[in-house]
Design a binder for this molecule. Structure first.
Ligand code: AVJ
Length: 337
């Protein structure tokens, strides 16, 4: 079965192939690039900072895949194990009649664990800002699950998203794995959850992965791996700025730094200037003192109770929480209250 494909904006970089097995593909046109403006504004701040979402160019995405496979990086492996172990129970809570909606799907690898446990599920919607990646991943998924109606929406999922027809007049259950919620400031995390509750509507649910507060050594090792992959991931941001924004960064004059900030309950990543230097970006000049940093990421960690409080504050009711024996990671099923 094949419905018409609709694109609400002509922002396409690659045309949608006529024969893709998607029930629907929409581009809400949110993908307007603010990289230059965000970098220039962030470097002009007294405490220099660049949003973590800019790590993920093609090279950064590949480095992130390698991070996920590192011995030290426990979140991906632990979450996957939780999904595999408890998918039967998760499938019951989701329900075959629901439309499953993944926010920021990426490679759509994790949702396959759920789909394999739900052969009668009717519809799945993937929402992601990266149009070409989304189109690829969703098309492959549609081929692998021919009985499932698969739709894609290219959109910034932090904004309200009008869901496609396959998700209308159904109960909707969101899926937000990977502890991506940890990249939001707690206030913004609550705003995001409120927006998601609105997208899902009454009777909806949300299955969400959340990294937990734990031993400082375990946390810091996960962001300071012995192979230096996380360092390369962090430093790649400078290479990306050089390439895309006419930057003059010398990556060797910066070093990766990641540490646990207990007061804020977050891992912070920084790029530390090894010397006093000046750097050109997009026609502007920025001065760095020796030891001055660019703050590139916050990764907030929660306790189970702390996350429940946040979810409740944002209009969800915690229904079920799964954690591993070492309490490294948590997956929560929440209902729109
Ligand atoms: C994708 C945001 C969950 O915070 O652990 C991994 C990103 N940064 N190593 C995380 C990341 C450095 C990751 N999240």
């Amino acid at each position: 079965m094949h419905h018409g494909l609709s694109t609400s904006t002509p922002a396409a970089t690659v045309p949608v192939p006529a024969s893709v097995g998607l029930a629907d593909f929409q581009d809400l046109g949110h993908a307007t690039d603010t990289f230059a403006a965000d970098v220039v504004a962030g470097l002009a701040e007294p405490r220099k900072a660049i949003p973590a979402k800019y790590f993920y160019d093609a090279i950064g995405s590949r480095l992130f895949d390698r991070i996920c496979a590192l011995r030290e990086y426990y979140p991906t492996r632990t979450e996957m194990k939780l999904l595999e172990t408890h998918r039967g129970e998760m499938a019951k809570l989701i329900g075959d009649d629901a439309a499953l909606v993944e926010f920021g799907g990426g490679s759509l690898a994790k949702v396959r664990v759920l789909l394999d446990a739900m052969p009668r599920l009717k519809s799945f919607v993937a929402i992601d800002i990266s149009r070409d990646h989304l189109l690829d991943a969703a098309t492959t998924l549609a081929e692998d699950y021919p009985r499932l109606q698969v739709a894609g929406v290219c959109a910034d999922f932090t904004r309200p998203v009008a869901l496609p027809a396959v998700a209308r007049r159904r109960r909707r259950v969101g899926f937000f794995p990977g502890s991506t919620i940890g990249n939001f400031e707690p206030e913004a995390a609550a705003d995001f959850l409120r927006t998601v509750a609105g997208d899902l509507g009454r009777g909806g649910g949300l299955l969400i992965g959340v990294d937990l507060v734990k031993d400082t050594e375990v946390l810091e090792r996960a962001y300071n791996d012995a192979d230096g992959i996380t360092a390369a991931f962090n430093l790649n941001l400078l290479t990306r700025i050089n390439r895309e924004l006419c930057g003059s960064f010398e990556p060797r004059y910066f070093r990766h730094h990641a540490c646990w900030n207990a007061d804020e309950s977050r891992i912070e990543m920084h790029l530390v200037s090894r010397r006093r230097q000046r750097v050109h970006v997009a026609g502007r000049v920025f001065l760095f003192d020796e030891g001055e940093t660019i703050h590139t990421e916050n990764s907030y960690k929660y306790t189970v109770d702390g996350f429940h409080a946040l979810a409740e504050d944002a209009g969800f009711r915690p229904v079920r929480t799964w954690t591993d024996a070492r309490q490294l990671f948590s997956v929560h099923y929440l209902e729109v209250a």
